[in-house]
Write a protein that binds this ligand. Structure first.
Ligand SMILES: [Zn+2]
Length: 67
């Protein structure tokens, strides 16, 4: 058995997933807070998060952080 490099498998502490509610339709969606691409609401297409040099800017309403 080879050794597993856990540092590559476990996200860094500052990265996390957020439960974001769409401002337009109220749909709730999980968004990675370091998203590298624009995240859109799956229901209405409104932009929920935009990448901003590392941490994404969340445009929707953040309901809670998930780990
Ligand atoms: Zn929506």
């Amino acid at each position: 058995m080879s050794e597993v490099d856990w540092s590559k498998l476990i996200p860094k502490p500052r990265s996390k997933f957020l439960l974001v509610q769409c401002n337009e339709c109220g749909h709730r969606q999980v968004v990675f807070d370091h998203a590298k691409i624009e995240v859109k609401c799956l229901v209405c297409g409104a932009t929920l998060a935009i990448p901003k040099g590392g941490k994404a800017k969340i445009l929707g309403r953040v309901l809670e952080g998930l780990t």
